[in-house]
Design a protein around this ligand. Structure first.
Ligand code: PLP
Length: 404
């Protein structure tokens, strides 16, 4: 057997993969599986952005660019941050990465020493703890609950900062809960971070996917000193339906950006030149397709939340952003379904895949038992059919013997 390096052995396989593999297997055997597990918009990349990519190939933009990304795209990111977030950055404070996931990986690699602690509010996106471990750091999970809208409070943050704490991760709008922090909440968190001199990695990839007039605010903008301590991560994947193009970016202190550029120069080199041209079009032209996408997501969210709350044993708060809902299924657990007692969200996800042919992700992978994550980045028709089947499968639950 091959002995793999320690650093990869301690990284958990994505918990979503088991369900995904099973869903694919069932689908290939002819089953009508409805997939609520996907983490990408079901919309196509808008044509004007595709055209910019095609034109880039025609014009011969097919060569290396500087490792930290093309100067024109860095300028476009500066302009975007000025226009939309009220933040002033210079190009030397920007790096273009191969997707926001890559931005996050690089940030940990250049800032985290073995043993450094990174605070991660749960429920969290599955990659954060693993990427921290890959840098030798220690993920410290700060549990949040529905009571605070799945948001970290400044009091909890203050209490949990220890001498080894180096960084806090904030993800607003959040995957998996869809929670969005208000400006006041961010200000109180940033006051603590700045006072305690810890960095804040702010993952803003779902920035534009906010509903009911909720406003996205960057933590970097809430205090005069906040920018110095923030690594702002964003990209084009979700807002422009460009997940496959792999363009993300980081804005932060020049010294850190320069170290990330150094790392990138010895790993990926520049993100794909053609994709950077397409991302340039996305950031510099009016976001023509965004309003219709946001309106569709808002309508689906309302529908899904209503249907879930009507299911026995399920409660679901209405999230303010992203394209996920995170229903609490505690009331469905401990019952017998088709002869089997189901006690965990993993078992429930498995059961729903078998009985309802609906693929969704168990909450424990996000650090939250008793929950499921449902992505509504799929058609209304799929949502309607999938939720109907899910309701019918849950209605089969009976109390265990002795409790009837
Ligand atoms: C919270 C969060 N951050 C980052 C990413 C990754 O974005 P990208 O496709 O730009 O790497 C995702 C994708 O699922 C995400 O959910």
């Amino acid at each position: 057997m091959v002995v793999l390096a320690k650093r990869i052995r301690q990284v958990a396989a994505s918990p979503t993969l088991a369900i995904d593999a099973k869903a694919k297997q069932l689908k290939s055997s002819g089953k009508d599986i409805i997939n609520f597990g996907v983490g990408e918009p079901d919309f196509d990349t808008p044509d004007y952005i595709k055209e910019a990519g095609i034109e880039a190939i025609r014009q011969g933009h097919t060569k290396y660019t500087p490792a930290a990304g093309s100067p024109e795209l860095k300028e476009a990111v500066c302009e975007k941050l000025r226009r939309e977030n009220g933040l002033e950055y210079a190009p030397k404070e920007i790096i273009i990465n191969c997707g926001a996931k890559h931005s996050i990986y690089n940030i940990f690699q250049v800032l985290i020493n073995p043993g450094d602690e990174v605070l991660i509010p749960s429920p969290y996106w599955v990659t954060y703890p693993e990427a921290v471990k890959l840098a030798g750091g220690k993920p410290v999970i700060l549990k949040t609950t529905e009571k605070t809208g799945f948001k970290l409070t400044a009091a909890t943050l203050r209490r949990r900062i220890k001498p080894k704490t180096r960084m806090l991760i904030l993800n607003s709008p959040s995957n998996p809960t869809g929670a969005v922090y208000s400006e006041a909440e961010l200000r109180s968190l940033m006051e603590v971070a700045v006072a305690k001199k810890i960095f804040v990695l702010s993952d803003e990839i779902y920035e534009h996917l906010v509903y009911d007039g909720v406003k996205h605010v960057s933590p970097a903008a809430v205090l005069p000193d906040a920018k110095k301590w923030t690594l702002l991560v964003n990209g084009v994947s979700k807002s422009f339906a460009m997940t496959g193009w792999r363009i993300g970016y980081t804005a932060g202190p020049a010294e850190i950006i320069s170290a990330m550029s150094n790392l990138q120069s010895h790993s990926t080199s520049n993100p794909a030149s053609i994709c950077m041209k397409a991302a340039y079009a996305a950031l510099t032209q009016p976001a023509q397709a965004l309003p219709a996408m946001v309106a569709a997501f808002a309508e689906r969210r309302n529908f899904v939340v209503e249907k879930l709350n009507a299911m026995p044993g399920v409660t679901c708060r209405k999230p303010e952003g992203a394209f996920y809902v995170f229903p609490n299924i505690a009331g469905t657990l401990g019952k017998v379904y088709r002869g089997q007692t189901i006690t965990t969200c993993m078992q429930m996800a498995d059961y729903l895949l078998d009985a309802a042919q609906v693929a969704l992700v168990p909450g424990d992978g996000f650090g939250a038992e008793d929950y499921l994550r449902i992505s509504y980045a799929t058609s209304m028709e799929n949502l309607r059919r999938g939720l109907e089947r899910m309701a019918a499968a849950l209605a089969e639950g009976t109390a265990p013997k002795g409790k009837r």
